[in-house]
Write a protein that binds this ligand. Structure first.
Ligand code: PMV
Length: 323
């Protein structure tokens, strides 16, 4: 029996990934850029055990059923094809994402699983190559291989659609999450992006302007220009949400409280805080701000939304092998 354990953090995109040009290979329509978060992560152990008849998957101490286990097996098969090592695996995963945060954990989940399998199977791919494997578990997981600001370069094929670190983001940066609704969403990101690609007349301009947003945000990162970074983040996130209103049928992840939180963040700016919002495929709001302001911002948002958890995260690092 061989085993390896790895840890990966989740990430929040500042330039969003929204839409696949190859759904099977998870090749995206546009390149994206994210910030890795320290507060939310997954730890996963993979044990290769010849005595097992098939893969087993235990998540947060619960044995998972066939549908969830098949997803894991399909992902592990990518490594098996590469290495020829077919031994069944016991996968034990723990999500350290406060359930109250309402954040998706697929990014940290597939990055941690990929890192553990990369080790235990002896594949030992370098992190950039590993990100091309991880991508096929969940697109956003591609970026969780690295820490700080990370770009997922869309590339042209399986081998070159990968992540690279742009900057370690060690310049007074944090993200504050306001949880609006932590229940299961009705439209998954996979369904939502496909419907948008297929039906929204706004989609073409999304793809076009996401490309220029990416060039501009990388310039802002190089210059450590926080205002530019925040303004581009806010605009890009809302443009992604705009494409959904153009879909047929139209849909939105925003809830009434979401709109109130967005207004509260704009108000924080009027009070002099550099704070900018973004949202993913759900109603929760993430606020990009200075780490040195984050406790004050948390306090103000808690005052305004006493029923909603407000969680600070520092910048997180890349995948780590724990054993
Ligand atoms: O790869 P998924 O299914 O987690 O999709 C991610 C989609 C967004 O979170 C909305 C954007 C992003 O780039 O993370």
């Amino acid at each position: 029996m061989k085993s390896a354990k790895a840890k990966a953090h989740t990430n929040i995109a500042l330039i969003k990934y929204w839409g696949k040009k190859d759904p099977k290979l998870f090749l995206p329509m546009n390149s994206s850029l994210s910030l890795t978060l320290d507060a939310f992560y997954t730890e996963t152990e993979v044990i290769l055990d010849g005595n097992l008849e098939m893969d087993q998957f235990i998540l947060n101490d619960e044995i998972q059923g066939e549908a969830e286990t098949t997803k894991i097996s399909n992902f592990l098969n990518l490594f098996r094809q590469e290495t020829g090592i077919l031994t069944p695996a016991k996968v034990t995963s723990q999500n350290f994402v406060p359930t109250a945060a309402g954040l998706a954990s697929s990014a940290s989940a597939f990055a941690a699983l990929g890192a553990a399998m990369n080790e235990v199977s002896g594949m030992k791919a370098d992190p950039t190559t590993l990100s091309t494997f991880v991508r096929r578990g969940s697109g956003s997981a591609t970026r969780s291989v690295f820490g700080g600001f990370v770009e997922w370069q869309m590339g042209t094929c399986n081998e070159d659609s990968h992540a690279i670190q742009i900057d370690d983001a060690s310049w007074d940066i944090a993200m504050v999450t306001v949880a609006v609704n932590t229940g299961k969403k009705t439209i998954s990101s996979r369904q939502g992006m496909q419907l948008t690609v297929d039906t929204s007349p706004f989609y073409a301009s999304w793809v076009e302007t996401a490309a220029t947003d990416l060039v501009d945000i990388k310039q802002a990162i190089r210059n450590q220009d926080f205002q530019q970074l925040g303004e581009i983040t806010e605009s890009n996130g809302m443009k992604m949400h705009g494409t959904m209103l153009g879909a047929r049928p139209p849909f939105t992840y925003m809830e009434p409280t979401t709109i109130d939180v967005l207004a509260a963040v704009r108000q924080l700016r009027q009070q002099g805080f550099e704070a900018y919002y973004t949202m993913d495929a759900g109603p929760n709001v993430k606020v990009l701000c200075h780490l040195s302001d984050s406790e004050k911002i948390q306090m103000k948002l808690k005052e305004a939304f006493p029923n909603n958890p407000v969680i600070i995260s520092k910048v997180g690092g890349g995948i780590e092998l724990l054993s």
